[in-house]
Design a protein around this ligand. Structure first.
Ligand SMILES: C[S@@+](CC[C@H](N)C(=O)[O-])C[C@H]1O[C@@H](n2cnc3c(N)ncnc32)[C@H](O)[C@@H]1O
Length: 233
C-alpha cells in the first residue's frame, strides 16, 4: 500500500488501518510486529493509534482515587505501556515506575509525550521479560495488552503478567470483556477480549483475585470492560 493510501485508510477509520497492519503481521506469523509498524506510521503522521486516549484509563484513575495507593518506597510495572498515560499516573503516585512496551517506536513516543517523566520507559517483551523483574513489583498494571495478543498466546502472557508481582504486591487488570459463551473462533481480533475465565486465569499460585467487576466501557457503554484486582499473599 502507498503512503498516500495508508494515510487515507487511517484518516477514514483508525481501526481499519490498525486491523490491516495486524492482519498482514498475523498472516506472516509475526503476532507482535504490527505494533511497532503502527507506532512508526503514527510518528510519521500516516496512522492514528486507536487506543491513545491522551489520559490515563478512566477505570485506572477511578481505582487510584478509591484505593489511594501510596507509592513511596515501592516499585510499579506498567505492561504494554503504549504512549504512557497510565504510567504517568502511577509514577505521579510516587512509585518507582518501569513502563515497558515491545515496540521501540511506542517507547520513543512515550518519552516524547512525557519529557519530564518520573517513569522509566523501556523496550521489553512480556512473553520473555527480564529475569530481574520476576516477583519484583509492588504494583503491576496491565491494560489491554493480553487481549491484543492472539488467543493462543494469552495463557503465557497472562501468567507472565502475574509473575512480576512480589509477595504482598497487587495487580490491576483492565480488559475488554466477552461472554463466556462466545467461542474463540467467533472472535476476529485484534483485540481478542477476555472471558471471565480469561481474567480469573491471572490468579496463579498465591496471586489471589480480590475484586472483579464487569462495567460499561467509559467511551462506549454498550461494550463491557473487566476491572480486576489481585493480591499476592
Ligand atoms: C492495545 S495496546 C494498549 C496500550 C496501553 N496499555 C493502553 O491501554 O493504552 C497494546 C500495547 O501492548 C504492546 N504489546 C503487545 N505485545 C506486547 C508484548 N509481547 N510485550 C510488551 N508489549 C506488548 C503494544 O505495542 C501496545 O502498545
Amino acid at each position: 500500500m502507498t503512503d498516500q493510501a495508508e494515510a487515507q485508510d487511517s484518516a477514514a477509520d483508525p481501526d481499519v488501518a490498525t486491523r490491516r497492519l495486524a492482519r498482514e503481521s498475523l498472516a506472516a506469523d509475526d503476532p507482535t510486529g504490527w505494533f511497532d509498524r503502527l507506532y512508526t506510521a503514527a510518528a510519521d503522521g500516516r496512522a492514528v493509534i486507536p487506543w491513545d486516549r491522551g489520559m490515563a484509563h478512566p477505570l485506572l484513575a477511578d481505582w487510584v482515587s478509591t484505593a489511594e495507593p501510596d507509592g513511596s518506597g515501592k516499585r510499579a510495572l506498567v505492561v504494554g505501556a503504549g504512549t504512557g498515560w497510565d504510567a504517568e499516573l502511577i509514577a505521579d503516585l510516587g512509585f518507582d515506575t518501569i513502563a515497558f512496551d515491545i515496540s521501540p517506536a511506542a517507547v520513543e513516543a512515550a518519552q516524547q509525550a512525557h519529557p519530564d517523566s518520573k517513569a522509566q520507559y523501556v523496550v521489553a517483551d512480556l512473553l520473555n521479560p527480564p529475569t530481574e523483574w520476576h516477583r519484583a513489583f509492588d504494583l503491576v498494571v496491565e491494560i489491554f495488552t493480553v487481549q491484543a495478543l492472539p488467543i493462543a498466546l494469552q495463557p503465557d502472557a497472562t501468567r507472565q503478567v502475574g509473575e512480576q508481582v512480589r509477595p504482598g504486591g497487587s495487580l490491576v487488570v483492565i480488559a475488554a470483556a466477552r461472554d463466556d459463551g462466545q467461542p474463540d473462533a467467533d472472535i476476529e481480533g485484534p483485540p481478542w477480549p477476555l472471558t471471565r475465565a480469561g481474567v480469573e486465569a491471572f490468579a496463579v499460585d498465591d496471586l489471589r483475585l480480590i475484586q472483579l467487576e464487569r462495567v460499561p466501557g467509559p467511551s462506549d457503554p454498550t461494550s463491557y470492560r473487566w476491572r480486576a484486582e489481585f493480591l499476592r499473599d
